[in-house]
Design a binder for this molecule. Structure first.
Ligand code: AMP
Length: 400
């Protein structure tokens, strides 16, 4: 069976077609600037030398999905001859609240439940729902599955997810820690256990998803027991443009001092903070490292603050799990930035964590990075959220 994976953002859409017999990628692509001037689809057939690009007006997600379906069935750069060859569609959905602890077949009830979560993820759930609507309109008979970023973290115990604010805010409004990037943490944890040749049920793992958005998760015997993101993806680590943990009193103070309008503090903390805010240079670690090499003090500081926070969570999760068997790095920074992995792992020898500096000279490839005598294994596992979504979709649709 072939599965189409759809990941809708507000003005962009990523897709992949996978053959689930072999779990191989057939095609992938990206639609950008949906609803804006200059909408463009970039489509890549696996193994093809050239990408297909088409700039054409796309007013909404239905238009965008229409172009995706044309691209995958095109006689030159397509990979299937008709849409009948797509057995199911897997949708990435950011927030399922407390409703779903695993992926589900999308029914009208599921859509209602996700609409109820719009308040909790006002930027993410609406485009995800638009993607589902658009696919339903164009492929009314194809089964669809929702795969949720929050689902994997539903195993967190209450002491990890309850905030110390009046309990009625949890009961009335659902204010609690949910956690995100669940599909990625789950994928790299399962793959990491396979690489180590051990059952995930017997392992204590710390997975570090370090990209533009970043989070760390403590996974004990296959279950997420704590994660650094919270009610929203703003909590936890320092990120590209997000502040991560700060004293909540800063928000009120900033509002008063800066005479900020409603929504402005939120904007500053989500879009102008993180390593961008500290450095004033960029949110991209490649730019920061270049600036740091040239002696830019604030870029150096931003990198140090980022690493400090990752180490802080690693330490906390070792304490929470009473040990750790492996630390796994993934996502843009985790997979590619050997310098950052080095800073994070340095000076952890007393905890049995030893990075091999030669093995660490690698990008984007599954690798054991720890020294042979390191008690704790350190792994690089490139994330593959699309494959995870396709696997769940295939499993649910075929009931395997
Ligand atoms: P992601 O959100 O997982 O796509 O990660 C994106 C981030 O990864 C970029 O903003 C960069 O900061 C970082 N990144 C990607 N490639 C490299 C690299 N070769 N060296 C350092 N950082 C990188």
């Amino acid at each position: 069976m072939n599965v189409l994976v759809i990941n809708c953002g507000s003005s962009s859409l990523k897709y992949q077609v996978l053959d689930m017999k072999t779990e191989s990628l057939m095609a992938k692509g990206l639609v950008e600037r949906i609803g804006l001037d200059g909408s463009i689809i970039t489509h890549e057939k696996a193994g093809a030398e050239e990408k297909f690009k088409l700039e054409t007006p796309m007013a909404n997600h239905t238009d965008a999905i229409g172009h995706v379906l044309e691209a995958i069935t095109d006689k030159d750069h397509g990979v299937i001859t008709s849409m009948d060859e797509i057995g199911a569609v897997g949708h990435r959905v950011v927030h399922a609240g407390e409703k779903y602890a695993s992926s589900v077949l999308i029914t009208p009830d599921v859509i209602n439940a996700l609409e109820e979560c719009v308040d909790l993820a006002p930027l993410h759930n609406p485009p995800n729902l638009s993607g589902i609507d658009a696919c339903k309109a164009l492929m009314p008979n194809t089964p669809m599955v929702g795969v949720f970023d929050t689902a994997f973290h539903q195993t967190m115990p209450p002491e990890s997810y309850i905030y110390a604010i009046p309990y009625e805010y949890y009961e009335k409004y659902g204010i609690r820690r949910y956690g995100f990037h669940g599909t990625s943490h789950k994928y790299v944890a399962e793959r990491g256990a396979e690489i180590l040749g051990q059952s995930i049920d017997k392992l204590k793992l710390i997975t570090c998803h370090l990209g533009n958005g970043a989070s760390v998760t403590a996974i004990k015997y296959g279950k997420s027991i704590d994660t650094s993101m919270g009610f929203t993806p703003l909590e936890g680590l320092v990120m590209g443009t997000r502040s991560g943990d700060i004293d909540p009193a800063i928000v009120t103070f900033m509002r008063e001092k800066g005479n900020l309008k409603p929504g402005e503090a939120n904007d500053i903390l989500n879009k102008k903070s993180g390593v961008l805010g500290i450095s004033g240079v960029s949110s991209d670690f490649r730019d920061l490292e270049k600036a740091a090499e040239e002696g830019n003090e604030r870029a150096i500081l931003a990198l140090k603050v980022f690493a400090h926070k990752v180490r802080f969570y690693i330490g906390a999760y070792i304490a929470e799990m009473n040990g750790v068997d492996a630390i796994i790095f993934t996502a843009g920074v985790g997979e590619n930035d050997m310098g950052m992995r080095d800073i994070i792992c340095s000076n952890l020898h007393n905890l049995g964590i030893k990075l091999d500096l030669v093995k660490n000279r690698v990008r984007g490839k599954e690798t054991v990075l720890s020294t042979d005598d390191s008690k704790v294994k350190i792994l690089l596992v490139p994330t593959n959220e699309e494959l995870m979504i396709a696997r769940d979709t295939y499993k649910i649709v075929t009931k395997k």
